[in-house]
Design a protein around this ligand. Structure first.
Ligand SMILES: [Zn+2]
Length: 180
């Protein structure tokens, strides 16, 4: 891994730690080990088991997409949403990031701004997809996030790393990273 790449990842883990401080209950087991190692707060050790349980019992958040542009709810029924959510939360940190990267693509379009004349504005768009019989089907952002029961944070972080270093693949767990 190059220095630049390491910096990006380091920054990312710093972000995660800040999140963990605020929101321990969404942490993975590895994250909590990290918190324990860094802070030595024995009162939090017992939480590991329940955190893992809670993680595996994550459920998709309700959304009605029968009338949205992509008609997400019609293509993906509630059972399938539950399955997707469970699948996502059974993955480890690196796998989750790779899952996101395999389903979200980002592209930017340069366009002229009429009012300012020559100024060119760059707009970034994201495509969100789920697989339906191995065929990627586009869904809207709220449907994607609510189905996986995540905020836009993990998506942004995964894309931030990959935009700077397109060939980068998430391979390490947080523990592996810390043990280096
Ligand atoms: Zn939708």
């Amino acid at each position: 891994m190059t220095k630049e790449c390491e910096d990006i990842v380091e920054q990312e883990f710093e972000d995660i730690e800040i999140e963990k401080e605020q929101e321990i209950e969404v942490g993975t087991e590895e994250d909590n080990n990290l918190v324990r190692w860094r802070r030595g707060q024995p009162e939090k050790w017992k939480r590991n088991v329940s955190v893992k349980k809670r993680k595996l019992s994550k459920k998709p958040l309700a959304i009605d997409c029968s009338k949205c542009k992509f008609k997400c709810s019609i293509t993906f029924n509630e059972d399938y949403r539950v399955q997707l959510c469970r699948e996502y939360w059974s993955l480890d940190y690196a796998q989750q990031k790779n899952f996101i990267l395999s389903r979200v693509s980002q592209y930017s379009v340069k366009r002229h701004v009429p009012i300012t004349g020559s100024r060119i504005a760059k707009q970034t768009f994201k495509n969100y997809e789920f697989l339906n019989d191995n065929t990627p089907i586009r869904v809207c952002k709220p449907f994607f996030l609510k189905t996986l029961s995540i905020s836009h944070g993990p998506v942004d972080k995964a894309l931030k790393v990959i935009m700077k270093k397109p060939e980068f693949i998430f391979t390490q767990t947080i523990e592996e990273r810390r043990n280096q």
